[in-house]
Design a protein around this ligand. Sequence first.
Ligand SMILES: [Zn+2]
Ligand SMILES: [Zn+2]
Length: 137
Amino acid sequence: MIYGDMGGGGGHQKNMSDKEYQKFLQSEKWQDFRKMVYKIFGYRCWFCKKNNVRLNVHHTRYYKTTTQKLGRRLIHNSLRWFLVVCDSCHKEIHRIEKEEALEIYKATKEFKKRNYPYAKMRMPRKYAKRIVDILNA
Ligand SMILES: [Zn+2]
Ligand SMILES: [Zn+2]
């Protein structure tokens, strides 16, 4: 299993400097969280379902709180705005974001509509609950 990084800082976050954001991505808290997210998603891309590919945690929304603090309550509140995607799907989502100047949520939705119309936009509630249970264990 290869863990990808967040893929491109461009437009990813609004409230931290690039330097702060890069530092945050290295933090143990984020790394642990990320590993749990991959596990819960079954080490597969949410859209194309491929495994054995490099995966990324993609934020479908960027909240100040999502990237600044990953406390339990905040994760609980924001979990449903993360998806695990492969490099190739991830690149395409961010290409749409950039080229069509769309907000990340809309770019993700557009990608889904064009390629995986029946996919859901959010992690199901039961998975979101599971990850919180792991955190509380
Ligand atoms: Zn994919
Ligand atoms: Zn992304």
